[in-house]
Design a protein around this ligand. Structure first.
Ligand code: NAD
Length: 523
């Protein structure tokens, strides 16, 4: 009890990262609050599942309509709490969610309906099988601050349309955007207990894992993801883990330098580099290396760094001091080991505490932290390679495996190379945007996580598969039941030959031996 009181007394502050202004303070949900929220969600979920997928799709349509109406208001709320330019909040958050709703409105009924399972095994032909996708019950979602709207909203919509209730623990840095999501969902007729937000920090997240949720979808760092996987294993709680990345970008010798350098600059600096799918490592064929670097530097120097609410801004602030210190440490380590800083390389204190100049580094190596650890800041480290094999080897030389991109004028060559990447997604001639393709599954391999969100596979994560088998001859005993006797073994050997022996003759002989099985009278 004492612990609950202590947790309930803790507070989190939502701070505008551009100005340092405290937007609002909120009390952390304590263990008891989380437990109560999950209990209420479980009760409410039964009726939500009962109304059926068509009515839930209608609710999603209403949500989509309301979100569209409030698009600018929501985008500005995101900018105030997470710092990114409003244009980015519209494209990488609001648009992504509107389109995720569109995907589910168009496809959820088809993807969630019962599916017949034809039987190939001759012995079971007198049965009919069916797959049911049943909601888990209460899905817990723990989300990060970098896409405070699109990450929890896309996961929530999939969970809800499948008939689950959701309890969301947003990042302690961006709780207000989560409350905006709750308000939109509730106005769209999602019952209050079917979608609840429990604001708080890591301890609130831990309380959610230890509550009676039926599945957890976690998005965040590898370190937290591992702790969560260990806690979930204690009670075999199914989890989806969307973790960090160190995504490589490969620029092949036939790439368009102008297009690829624009992509690298946007892909590395979008959301001030705080994107799980951002370009964290860039490898360029030696023949294009200098031209590519020159083009990246020119474009980087033209970027306008500033407050996200200012329409001129390309790159906003970083989220907080801790994240800036990681970026500084990675850049310092790279420079100490021989990297060249071609642009940026320091903070922009005249704008505020959290601004860092978009940075281009050349001549980096895999001995540097900048090429091995997730930097999560506005840094584009570039390295030259000699041939495709070396480029693929470098790309795969990472503990992460979220996404990758390859740049070439020859699409077939790019698609061939795509098969060789250890990554959950590979883009040929684009970066990052796969997150916004609602049909595409999102998720990684290696340390980047387990399971998928988005698209068909993301929806399938929200249902438990149940197999129902129905026998067409309820009055008939099965021939494989007791009362074997020695004849049955011979008959069964014949039955196996009839189906699997090589050649027609042995199959016919098998059929003759098996024939008596039909007259068999099991106990
Ligand atoms: P984080 O791991 O620090 O926090 C994520 C969430 O987990 C927060 O809500 C936090 O309060 C909660 N949390 C912390 N400790 C917990 C605990 N012990 N038990 C339960 N919950 C706990 O990550 P972050 O700094 O918010 O986000 C940045 C990271 O997220 C980066 O590594 C980034 O790559 C990753 N990310 C991955 C994806 C993806 O889809 N793969 C998307 C966005 C961000």
């Amino acid at each position: 009890m004492a612990t609950n009181l202590q947790i309930a007394a803790r507070k989190i502050a939502s701070v505008n990262p551009a100005t340092g202004e405290v937007l609002r303070e909120l009390e952390c949900a304590g263990e008891a609050d989380v437990r109560d929220a999950v209990t209420r969600a479980r009760v409410a979920q039964a009726a939500w599942a009962e109304i059926g997928v068509r009515r839930r799709i209608a609710v999603l349509r209403e949500f989509q309509h309301r979100l569209h109406e409030k698009k600018s208001e929501i985008a500005e709320a995101i900018t105030r709490e997470a710092g990114k330019p409003v244009a980015e909040a519209l494209t990488t958050e609001v648009l992504v969610v509107l389109d995720a709703a569109r995907f589910l409105i168009e496809n959820a009924y088809r993807l969630l309906r019962d599916e017949p399972v034809p039987h190939g095994n001759l012995a079971t032909r007198l049965k009919r099988g069916r797959l049911l996708g049943e909601p888990y019950g209460v899905v817990g979602i723990i989300s990060p601050w970098n896409y405070p709207f699109s990450i929890p909203a896309t996961e929530t919509l999939a969970a809800l349309v499948a008939g689950n209730a959701v309890v969301l623990k947003p990042s302690e840095l961006t709780p207000l955007v989560a409350l905006e999501l709750a308000s939109l969902l509730h106005q769209s007729a999602v019952p209050h207990d079917v979608f609840q937000v429990v604001p708080g920090d890591g301890a609130t997240g831990a309380a959610l894992i230890h509550s009676q949720i039926d599945k957890l979808v976690f998005t965040g760092s590898v370190a937290t993801g591992k702790r969560i996987a260990a806690a979930a294993a204690e009670r075999l709680l199914p989890v989806v883990l969307e973790l960090g990345g160190k995504d490589p970008m490969l620029v092949l010798d036939d790439a368009d330098v102008d297009v690829a350098s624009s992509a690298a600059v946007w892909g590395a600096f979008v959301n001030a580099g705080q994107t799980c799918l951002s370009v964290e490592r860039c490898y360029v064929h030696r023949s294009l290396y200098e031209a590519f670097l020159k083009s990246c530097v020119e474009k980087t120097e033209r970027l306008c760094v500033g407050h996200g609410l200012d329409g001129e801004t390309d790159v906003g602030p970083m989220i907080h001091e801790r994240q800036l210190q990681i970026v500084e440490a990675h850049v310092q380590d790279a420079v100490a080991r021989g990297a060249r800083v071609l642009a940026g390389g320091q903070r922009l204190r005249e704008l505020g505490e959290n601004f860092y100049v978009p940075t281009v580094l050349a001549d980096v190596t895999h001995e540097m932290r900048i090429m091995r650890e997730e930097t999560f800041g506005p840094v584009l480290p570039v390295m030259a390679f000699e041939n495709d094999d070396e480029a693929v080897r470098l790309a795969n030389d990472s503990e992460y495996g979220l996404a990758a991109s390859v740049w070439t004028r020859n699409r077939a060559r790019g698609e061939r190379l795509a098969r060789r990447f250890q990554a959950g997604a590979v883009m040929v001639n684009d970066v990052v945007s796969c997150f916004g393709i609602s049909e595409a599954p999102h998720g990684g391999m290696k340390a980047s996580g387990l399971g998928r969100t988005h698209g068909r596979f993301g929806l399938e994560e929200m249902v438990r598969v149940k197999y129902v088998d129905s026998d067409l001859m309820p009055g008939m005993k099965k021939i494989w039941w007791y009362g074997y006797g020695e004849k049955f073994a011979r008959q069964m050997a014949g039955f196996l030959d009839m189906q699997f022996a090589p050649g027609l003759r042995p199959r016919l002989r098998g059929a003759l031996r098996a024939a008596g099985v039909i007259r068999r009278k099991p106990l």
